[in-house]
Design a protein around this ligand. Structure first.
Ligand SMILES: [Zn+2]
Length: 314
């Protein structure tokens, strides 16, 4: 049997066909139909047709959909996916209409990335684990008892919107001081832009040539590695915040492992060493979770979507 997973992103849709051992058998990519999200179900059906070419009828066990947004408790509708233009859209049913023989399931992309890490990445063998994705926002997924945690009320989890700094900045969700305002990769870049304005003559200013828009998280890491005082200050504040979020997760859930994903996790030990050391000092438990890089990268959402049907049966 095979399972298909689709990662529906703001710029493109990636589809993969996986065998029972999580091996990617075939993959297809298509640009996202910008401004016409209602065309996604037909596009997914066409992509699935390509994925399943030559397969025996009935060999497709399920179709999973990963979306970067909030999903209703029944996992039928996308409540909001701003990058895609979905607002209260019945995506699961609209895709299901096109697959009479296989169940269609819907999930949040960060949740599904955590599920993928459980089956084929950093969480293999773990009963409790947390994935934090450091990107434009702070995404996250939680594994409890060896399966994806969907919440007691069915709402799931929003680790990025746990409150870390009550006197901090207002988050995109409207609440002051969410973890996302300090731990997203975009927060590191934003703080570096402020530091560049406040401290002229630093390497950050020199390398941007006066254009603060050139500052992204990788830029800050590069300047910090080069020893720039302003970049180091900002990076130190960032690892302070991220270690506070990690220690809070440790003290709440006592996971075996916390994985950090997203482009910024590519900074390697330069990021992981201070985060581990600061988390150790803030954790209530002396023996606590390992903090490691996520391993699946861009394909995690797609694989997680393909695994959703199996995880649901557990
Ligand atoms: Zn928030």
């Amino acid at each position: 049997m095979f399972n298909a997973g689709f990662d529906i992103g703001g710029s493109h849709i990636a589809g993969g066909l996986y065998d029972a051992r999580c091996n990617l058998v075939r993959r297809v990519d298509e640009p996202f139909p910008q401004g016409r999200p209602e065309e996604v179900p037909a596009l997914v059906a066409r992509m699935a047709g390509e994925l399943c070419e030559g397969l025996a009828r009935g060999a497709l066990e399920s179709v999973g959909l990963a979306v970067p947004g909030s999903i209703d408790r029944a996992r039928e509708r996308v409540i909001n996916a701003y990058n895609l233009g979905f607002h209260d859209f019945p995506l699961r049913a609209r895709v299901q209409e096109r697959f009479p023989d296989a169940p269609v399931l819907l999930g949040n992309d960060a949740d599904l990335a955590a599920l993928a890490e459980l089956h084929a990445g950093a969480f293999i063998g773990a009963q409790c684990a947390v994935l934090l994705t450091l990107g434009t926002g702070l995404g996250g997924g939680i594994i409890i008892n060896g399966r994806l945690w969907r919440g007691g009320m069915g709402n799931g989890c929003e680790i990025g919107h746990t409150i870390l700094d009550m006197s901090g900045e207002i988050c995109t969700c409207g609440v002051r001081g969410c973890a996302e305002t300090r731990c997203a990769a975009s927060a590191l870049a934003r703080e570096a832009r402020a530091a560049a304005r406040a401290r002229p003559g630093t390497l950050i200013n020199e390398r941007t040539g006066g254009d603060p828009e050139k500052i992204d998280a990788k830029f800050v890491v590069d300047c910090a590695r080069a020893g720039d005082a302003a970049a180091l200050f900002v990076f130190d504040r960032y690892t302070d915040a991220l270690s506070s979020a990690a220690a809070s997760l440790i003290n709440t859930l006592d996971p075996e492992v916390i994985a950090l994903g997203g482009g910024l996790s590519g900074a390697g030990e330069f990021l992981f060493a201070p985060v581990r050391e600061k988390t150790r000092k803030k954790s209530f438990y002396r023996e606590h979770a390992r903090i490691v890089p996520a391993v699946l990268g861009n394909d995690a959402g797609m694989l997680g979507a393909a695994l959703l049907y199996d995880d649901d049966k557990k």
